[in-house]
Design a protein around this ligand. Structure first.
Ligand SMILES: *Cc1c(COP(=O)(O)O)cnc(C)c1O
Length: 379
């Protein structure tokens, strides 16, 4: 009998820890020694490191990726009567934030090959909203999905012409680049998440905002601390409790020492997948001129039945898989009532066929080959 094969999880947070364990313990011990758990020195150190790493002028650490999106829209005064354009095929947080502020999300379809927000559909929907005259086109939340950057050249051109605030939701994609520029400076602001399974994940919730604007950075710092002014007990505006924890900053500083190596490993694994799966499924199309952070490696199956067969075979072989996203947002109960009823055919079709396979820096070539064999026999 063959020896039992090891399980292959979708992510491997524990496995990655070995690469920076000594630095992690040193960093955590330092925090336990000074006990400045709120906005301790590690937060400012991380902000400086991350801003330098992606070439942004400012980085402001916040409580989560969702807080980053929320604070960015609060700072612009987005609210009632405003239309915020965002892809239908994304995580719920992107659409939740405009609604929390009383604004309306307007769902935009995606490109069928890269899964990124489709600039032509964005332009069309802005025109519809202007024609209808009920909502004011106000902001674009462009999502960099699965680790790849969206088409920021095209998106930026449309947003500038229409006077929209450009928010880059890079929650999944910090570490990616477009034409040799890392994400962090493409929008008026860029939101990042440090949720544990994101490419630069912490050990709890965390996030950051990047901006080139001194005024916006100052507002973000105020908004993350209850709208405080020059002193802690001067309240200038309505804010939130949205700070990045010192302990999370310490974890991230440790993890950052392995970030470049992890990104390189993910890229290498993606190439092995591309070759091993060619002809079997549709492998992810790369955004031209980009590098990906490979948060998620998603392939397309022929149809939902083929996806079901693939998932069953992978599961039986102890291989993790998941569907991002089984339902586009316009079909979610919470958002259906806020949708204008227009069709989003690509988002609908992709949600039936997409499947995420294991992706983390610890995957070996033999692991990918085993995954390919299981898929081969199932399909
Ligand atoms: C994860 C994610 C968020 C939210 O980040 P949290 O840190 O979980 O709040 C927002 N947008 C997208 C696209 C995400 O994937």
């Amino acid at each position: 009998m063959d020896a039992p094969l090891s399980r292959l999880p979708l992510f491997d947070i524990k496995g990655e820890q070995a690469g920076f364990a000594a630095e992690l313990h040193r960093r955590l011990d330092a925090v336990l020694a000074h006990c400045q758990f709120i906005l301790g020195p590690e937060v400012a150190e991380l902000e400086e490191r991350l801003a330098a790493w992606c070439g942004a002028r400012h980085c402001v650490g916040v409580g989560s990726g969702t807080d980053a999106l929320l604070i960015a829209l609060m700072a612009e005064g987005v609210g009632e009567g405003d239309a915020v354009f965002l892809p239908a095929f994304t995580y719920t947080a992107t659409a939740e934030v405009p609604l929390l502020l009383g604004a309306r999300p307007v769902f935009v379809d995606i490109d069928r090959h890269t899964f990124q927000i489709d600039p032509a559909d964005l332009a069309r929907r802005i025109a519809w909203v202007r024609n209808e005259g009920k909502l004011r086109p106000r902001a674009l939340i462009g999502v960099d999905l699965f680790g790849q950057p969206a088409d920021w050249a095209a998106l930026g051109e449309i947003a500038r012409a229409e006077g929209l605030f450009q928010l880059d939701d890079a929650a999944q994609s910090f570490g990616a680049s477009l034409h040799n520029r890392r994400l962090g400076t493409f929008g008026d602001a860029t939101a990042v998440s440090f949720f544990p399974t994101k490419p630069l994940g912490g050990y709890g919730d965390g996030g950051a905002l990047f901006t080139e604007s001194d005024a916006r950075a100052a507002l973000y710092k105020s908004l993350r601390s209850h709208g405080e002014g020059a002193s802690r007990y001067e309240v200038l505006r309505i804010g939130i409790n949205g700070r990045l924890d010192t302990l999370q900053a310490a974890v991230l500083l440790a993890r950052l020492t392995r970030f470049d190596a992890a990104l390189a490993a993910r890229e290498k694994i993606s190439r092995i997948y591309d070759r091993a799966l060619a002809g079997l499924v549709e492998t992810p199309r790369r955004v031209p001129g980009s590098t990906s952070a490979w948060a998620i490696y998603s392939v397309l199956l022929a149809d939902s039945e083929a996806r079901q067969r693939a998932r069953q075979a992978l599961s039986a072989a102890g291989i993790g898989s998941n569907v991002y996203y089984p339902r586009p947002l316009h079909r979610q109960p919470a958002y259906a009532a806020h949708h204008d009823g227009t069709a989003l055919p690509v988002s609908d079709a992709i949600s039936e066929r997409i499947l995420a396979l294991p992706m983390h820096p610890g995957l070996a070539e033999a692991d990918v080959m085993r995954i390919a064999e299981v898929l081969q026999s199932a399909l």
